[in-house]
Ligand binder design. Structure first.
Ligand SMILES: [Cu+2]
Length: 641
């Protein structure tokens, strides 16, 4: 397709070879800079190892520069931190102080947000929310007592700078023995890199939201569906998808077509390698510092013990694979006993590529790199639909203005054979009706399901939406919202080993704030993929007012995902306790990946006054307006906000 002809053939070749496992042995063809795992502008083995040492106050300078560097097998202009991307490890000690100085050598404004860190909001680094940004030539100083331990990261919060390299890892050592007893620690920073200008990339997404998605279903797929499930079911499924303007294979907005995936700044062929002595306990601090990419992480042949999520310790869980949303961190301990190499495989959720590195007893060793697995598909559950086994007796489709006409052909009468992935719970939908109020021009499937509230305690809940279904900024409206914290991430449903789920995260300390929430705030995650609009409650940031958290109150925050994709929702300044049925041991999160068609409940103690950012951490979703200010106001007169 000539619309993509500007892309480098070489990069496409590399990607194709990577996808088919041909890269083994290809290393020798690469220029020296891509082969070497020593030196360069990335976190080599030495730089990715956490030094540790005596607890101390830390003074650290961050020099933000734009420079041309070797990256991902090419040369490109990137934003570096102290000449590195990702930047150097910010290593701090709980109970000590941090004094950080950010020097802007760019010819534009910049910022650094200290992701997951508890500090005064003026130092949080979000331009327009907490401070004005750092002008060219200026230095911004940040001082705070370190009140926590764990694995975090830092990144620009200005425009799209994060996409071009301005990210880095943060490690905070615990004041007390955390009982993890690692012999060695590495950060594993995951990034997605593009040689395209990110502004151009975003422009293309706005112009054509499926630009980077080449996995549309084909006529052949349709015939296969027909043979599996019959003409009616296959067509109904297909027509529904057509009206959602989504393909069931729309797993990621931006894919390996443009992205190279990096581990500690290094391309899979360059093979970042961390060394170990057999028998050692190795703590891997895995940080998803990418702009748009979810990864599935595993080390074939090695079990992992997950010991922390988003920096906060959890009760150890042994697993074989975990999905990591954008901006999340997980700490795992592995203990390789054999004198052999192990691949650290970070396959993208859409399986259009991977980041990869190696743990090895000696430099130069490698282990097989598993082939990319089959692309996952979205299901009707992701759409928030639940047509199978429902009593549709009382439902009727209104004859409202249909965006694309074809909805009329949908046979909604209770077919017992639903498309794959649909829930088979029984529901009595008697009395509800599809209003058929189709937002003109959007193809929206605005199924207002009446006033029904709870169905069963943990089963799907009939979604409640505003009367306008969140306006033109919203395309899909989930009919039902499910509790999905016990489910594996997209694409991992059927893998035949253990996979971490959110429901397994259990805090090491019991809940401190046991008050009943004094208020509940419900926020819908909304989008219009067709127009590449992303928002909360159908309203983009520029038209929105702050969400108010009265200081000192206990808040229940409910997130309802009306869209068909995961959104990693991040709250600055305060941790959220995830209501995942772990009794008094709810885990803390700073970023929660909300599954499509799901409802997530979080508890927050509003004890950090100020103006805090709250947003989707998919960079282009945030940029399009999936962003709010949360204002924690002092009741005694709003001094801080
Ligand atoms: Cu999003």
């Amino acid at each position: 397709m000539n619309r993509h002809s500007h892309d480098s053939d070489r990069r496409r070749l590399l990607r194709a070879m990577g996808a088919t496992g041909l890269l083994a042995g290809f290393n020798a063809l690469l220029p020296a800079y891509a082969r070497s795992s020593i030196g360069g502008s990335h976190l080599n083995a030495a730089a990715a190892q956490v030094p540790g040492g005596k607890p101390r106050d830390v003074v650290m300078d961050f020099h933000v520069r734009r420079e041309t560097i070797d990256i991902a097998g090419g040369r490109a202009s990137a934003i570096t931190l102290n000449h590195l991307t990702p930047g150097p490890i910010l290593e701090l000690w709980e109970g000590k102080n941090a004094h950080l100085r950010v020097h802007n050598h760019l010819d534009e404004s910049t910022s650094i947000h200290w992701h997951g860190i508890l500090l005064p909001f003026q130092m949080d680094g979000v331009p327009g929310v907490a401070f004005p940004g750092i002008d060219p030539g200026d230095t911004f100083e940040v001082d705070f007592p370190v009140r926590q331990a764990g694995t975090y990261w830092y990144h620009s919060h200005s425009g799209l700078q994060e996409q071009v390299g301005q990210t880095g890892p943060t490690v905070i050592h615990s004041a007390e023995d955390d009982g993890i007893n690692a012999d060695r620690e590495y950060v594993i920073v995951l990034n997605d890199w593009t040689f395209e200008d990110p502004h151009r990339l975003l422009a293309k997404l706005k112009e054509m939201s499926d630009y980077y998605n080449f996995s549309e279903r084909t006529v052949g797929d349709l015939m296969e569906d027909v043979s599996k499930s019959g003409v009616q079911a296959a067509l109904r499924d297909r027509l529904a998808w057509g009206n959602m303007r989504m393909s069931p294979r729309d797993i990621a907005d931006v894919t390996g077509y443009t992205y190279s995936y990096l581990m500690n700044g290094m391309h899979p062929e360059s093979n970042w390698t961390g060394l170990f002595t057999p028998g050692e306990r190795i703590r891997l601090r895995v940080i998803n510092a990418s702009s748009m990419t979810y990864f599935n992480v595993r080390l074939p042949g090695l079990a992992m013990t997950v010991v922390a999520a988003d920096g906060k310790e959890i009760q150890p869980v042994e697993t074989d694979e975990f999905q990591i949303g954008v901006a999340e961190t997980f700490d795992v301990v592995v203990q390789p006993k054999a004198d052999q190499a192990y691949t650290i495989m970070a396959e993208t959720m859409d399986r259009s590529g991977y980041a990869r590195g190696t743990l090895a007893p000696r430099a130069g060793m490698m282990a097989p790199v598993p082939a990319l697995r089959e692309q996952p598909q979205r299901t009707m559950v992701d759409m928030g639909m639940d047509m199978s086994k429902m009593d549709m007796g009382g439902m009727k489709m209104g004859g409202g203005s249909m965006g694309h006409g074809s909805m009329k052909q949908m046979d909604m009468s209770g077919s017992s054979q639903g498309p794959a992935g649909m829930s088979h719970k029984d529901h009595d939908m008697g009395g509800s009706k599809m209003s058929g109020k189709m937002a003109h021009g959007t193809g929206a499937m605005a199924g207002s399901m009446g006033t029904g509230a709870m169905m069963e305690q943990s089963g799907p809940i009939i979604a409640r939406h505003g009367p306008d279904h969140h306006g033109p900024g919203n395309l899909t409206v989930a009919n039902v919202e499910r509790y999905r914290l016990g489910e594996r991430g997209t694409g991992l449903e059927d893998v035949n080993h253990r996979v971490l789920t959110y429901s397994q995260l259990r805090n090491v300390v019991p809940m401190q704030d046991r008050r009943d929430p004094s208020r509940t705030i419900e926020v819908h995650l909304t989008g219009n993929m067709d127009r590449y609009m992303w928002s909360f409650d159908g309203v983009k940031y520029s038209n929105a007012t702050p969400i108010e958290f009265p200081y000192g109150e206990r808040i229940r925050l409910i997130l309802v995902n009306d869209t068909m994709m995961e959104h990693p929702i991040h709250l600055h300044g305060m941790f959220m306790e995830l209501e995942n049925k772990q009794d008094d041991y709810l885990p803390f999160k700073h970023t929660i990946s909300v599954m499509p068609g799901s409802r997530v409940s979080l508890l927050i103690t509003a004890d950090e006054p100020g103006r805090w950012a709250f947003h989707c951490h998919l960079l282009y979703h945030m940029e399009m307006g999936m962003f709010r200010v949360v204002r924690v106001s002092d009741q005694s007169g709003d001094k801080n906000a």
